[in-house]
Design a protein around this ligand. Structure first.
Ligand code: FAD
Ligand code: SAM
Length: 646
């Protein structure tokens, strides 16, 4: 198993300040200057900025982010260009991300100080997988794919307009220029894509040629006699890597059904991607007096540490990192939250065994630490009897305020008291109908973000329902509370409320539709609180408050996020992998977030929006498959084939 934690780059610096890579016996950039190379080899080599002029989205894929000189030069060129594309997607693969200190040192004295500072602030812990960092209000999106190129590239779902090949000299680092790597780049090329590199090595030219590129050696500069420019011109057409419906550039309108956490996040993600969005919600518009509830309701978000770093753990890690990044852009007085600390009390391992697990997984301390009971208690401000995992990037959020903020994004409108009773597709448009058959809204794309009520609407299409389980839950709180230093999770959870006081929970009651608060449930929650951290509520039950809700789980307890499989499967359709399933044009799901909506909905909403807009997907293919609504059909087909001996 590859460890989730990655080693940082080992960088040495020569007297002139050039970064060296002793492990590869190479330099990070020519001594004549990283910026000059970025402009002459990579930007000019790809015909930029001219080629991106007037585009809505433009995608660059770089092999070897290194010290991000090429990224910053491209970002600066994008900023300076009045004809820049509305959104620039910069996808970069990197196996050994530099330490923050090295990144800062590389850019000290360079022209793009301000941009470098933004990058440094957002720099993630060295964790394998795709990290999406947004800059310029989401107009410049960096998809940082951390890990070895041969592992990560096949996991990227995108179409690139330009490639920057910058992975140390091919003779010193053949892994980065392997023919399979170049083939995988070719498979990710958009129509008319170009590639550029300073290497004119024969192996590179031959590899690119067999990947469908036409190569040309042109005069170089800065000590390079020649550099390479290439244009993608495959002899056969490209197999569809992205959803075909999204290829329709004019189709940037969408309906989102449901204004809960998932619907609000999907609507905001789509609006940021330039979609015109209508949200339909059956509840009435929130009233100002609900402000008090904002102060009294919060939920936790965090990653988890699994011995085998399962897909579940990887998904939660990606989600928690993303939620924390979203929160970093929000004013905590408007959306109360803490994104700097959460303790997860460990029930089985002792602190030494926890430490050993972290070392084996190479998980870095800016992501998670193992604290013994004393250290954990000091951080929590209460006495914990057990050691705990400390997540410096976890915490809590006031969801009502978060949802309101997501729904206030420009480009989206929310129609309250608009219950959708049926769906219909006419002339390539999805229509959402009310109980009288009137059209509430229509658009080429429709996202069902209405929890388990999605099944009732799927029945009107008609599509088969998903197996969804509903579980009642009650949280309990009180206003007068001793201060809790941070959110706690374990058997139940506890968190400090934005308005002062404490919230804890939560009960789990399958097949229970009672919407009323129950005293017995408060008592169960407070007993759990006492076991978790020794705190007790005030004796007077009149001072207790709480809320009832329902969690919705799919059959494998992972969310459903992505396009619905085709209602009529064409004969001969490949049913063995979710990624190959034909799709119902324009119909998407974002539901079944179970008890992890705050950790997963913001990221999976971005996944749904990216699939709709045809922009690079913000997760690895394996994790996309894990939440794909088509996975159950694939499992059923595989089981049928196994039973039939096929
Ligand atoms: C007690 C409890 C504690 C929890 N604690 C946490 C926590 O600490 N951290 C965490 O991450 N998660 C927590 N969760 C889970 C979290 O609340 C959910 O994952 C999340 O709310 C799911 O959001 P959603 O948007 O999918 O569903 P919902 O919030 O249910 O939103 C669905 C929306 O769709 C609307 N709708 C339904 N049908 C229609 C229709 N036909 N037309 C129009 N609108 C429609 C509904 O009115 C609703 O507003 C908790 C849940 C419970 C019950
Ligand atoms: C020349 S440097 C890149 C410089 C960078 N483009 C810049 O603008 O600063 C090459 C980078 O490729 C990375 N690299 C080398 N082998 C790799 C591999 N197998 N997978 C992913 N990245 C790799 C190195 O860690 C290094 O950061």
């Amino acid at each position: 198993m590859s460890t989730p934690g990655l080693a940082h780059a080992q960088i040495a610096w020569d007297e002139a300040g050039t970064a060296l890579a002793p492990d590869y016996g190479d330099v990070y950039h020519p001594r004549s200057g990283a910026q000059a190379q970025a402009r002459a080899v990579f930007l000019a080599g790809n015909g930029l900025p001219a080629r991106w002029a007037g585009r809505r989205d433009f995608v660059i894929l770089e092999t070897g982010l290194g010290l991000a000189h090429n990224l910053l030069a491209t970002w600066a060129a994008w900023r300076d260009d009045p004809a820049r594309p509305t959104r620039l997607h910069y996808v970069a693969i990197e196996a050994q991300p530099p330490r923050r200190e090295d990144l800062a040192r590389a850019h000290a004295g360079q022209p793009q100080q301000a941009l470098a500072k933004h990058l440094l602030q957002a720099w993630p812990p060295p964790l394998r997988g795709v990290h999406r960092l947004d800059f310029e209000g989401g107009a410049l999106r960096l998809l940082l794919a951390l890990g070895d190129v041969q592992e990560l590239l096949p996991q990227l779902v995108l179409r690139a307009d330009a490639f920057y090949l910058d992975g140390f000299a091919p003779d010193r680092n053949p892994r980065m220029w392997d023919a399979r790597v170049l083939k995988a780049l070719g498979r990710r090329a958009a129509a008319g894509a170009t590639a550029a590199t300073w290497s004119v090595a024969r192996g590179v030219r031959e590899g690119l040629t067999s990947a469908g590129f036409v190569c040309a050696r042109v005069e170089g500069s800065g000590g390079k006699r020649q550099v390479l420019r290439a244009r993608h011109a495959p002899r056969q057409g490209q197999r569809g890597l992205i959803d075909e419906a999204s290829a329709n550039e004019t189709a940037r309108r969408a309906i989102v059904v449901g204004a809960g956490l998932a619907g609000a996040c999907c609507a905001a993600a789509l609006a940021t991607q330039g979609c015109e969005v209508t949200v339909l919600e059956r509840r009435a518009a929130p009233q100002p007096q609900q402000l008090q509830e904002v102060q009294r309701l919060a939920g936790i978000f965090h990653a988890t540490v699994h011995a085998d770093d399962s897909r579940h753990a990887r998904l939660l890690r990606a989600g928690a990192l993303h939620t924390a990044r979203v929160l970093a852009t929000l004013d905590p007085t408007r959306v109360p939250h803490d994104r700097h600390s959460l303790l997860r009390v460990e029930r089985e391992l002792d602190a030494r065994a926890m430490q050993a697990r972290l070392q084996r997984l190479k998980l870095p301390p800016d992501f998670v630490q193992a604290l013994d009971a004393d250290a954990a208690s000091a951080r929590a401000g209460v006495t914990l009897a057990r050691p705990a995992w400390y997540f410096p990037g976890g915490g809590w959020i006031a969801p009502i305020a978060f949802v309101a903020e997501r729904l206030s994004r420009p480009g989206l409108r929310c129609l309250w008291a608009s219950a959708v009773a049926a769906l219909r597709r006419i002339h390539g448009q999805w229509q959402a109908l009310d109980g009288d058959g009137r059209v509430l809204a229509q658009a080429p794309h429709l996202v069902l973000a209405n929890a388990d009520a999605a099944n009732a609407l799927l029945a009107t299409v008609p599509a088969a329902p998903f197996a969804l389980a509903r579980e009642r839950g009650q949280v309990s709180g009180f206003d007068a509370a001793p201060t809790l230093g941070c959110a706690l999770a374990g058997d139940g959870y506890a968190l400090p409320l934005p308005g002062g006081g404490l919230l804890c929970g939560a009960t789990r009651q399958p097949s229970d539709e009672d919407p009323e608060l129950r005293l017995a449930d408060h008592e169960a929650n407070f007993e759990r609180l006492q076991r978790l951290c020794g705190l007790q509520p005030p004796a007077d039950a009149a001072l207790w408050h709480g809320r009832v809700g329902w969690r919705v789980f799919s059959a494998d307890r992972l969310p459903l996020a992505g396009p619905l499989p085709a209602l009529q499967m064409p004969a001969g359709a490949r049913m063995d992998q979710a990624r190959l399933l034909p799709r119902e044009p324009g119909l998407h799901l974002a539901c079944a977030f179970g008890s992890r909506g705050l950790t997963l909905a913001p990221l999976l909403a971005e996944l749904v929006a990216a699939r709709i807009t045809g922009t690079p997907l913000p997760l690895e293919q394996e994790l996309i498959d894990a939440v794909d609504p088509g996975r159950f059909q694939v499992r059923a087909a595989r089981a049928a084939s196994a039973a039939g001996g096929g």
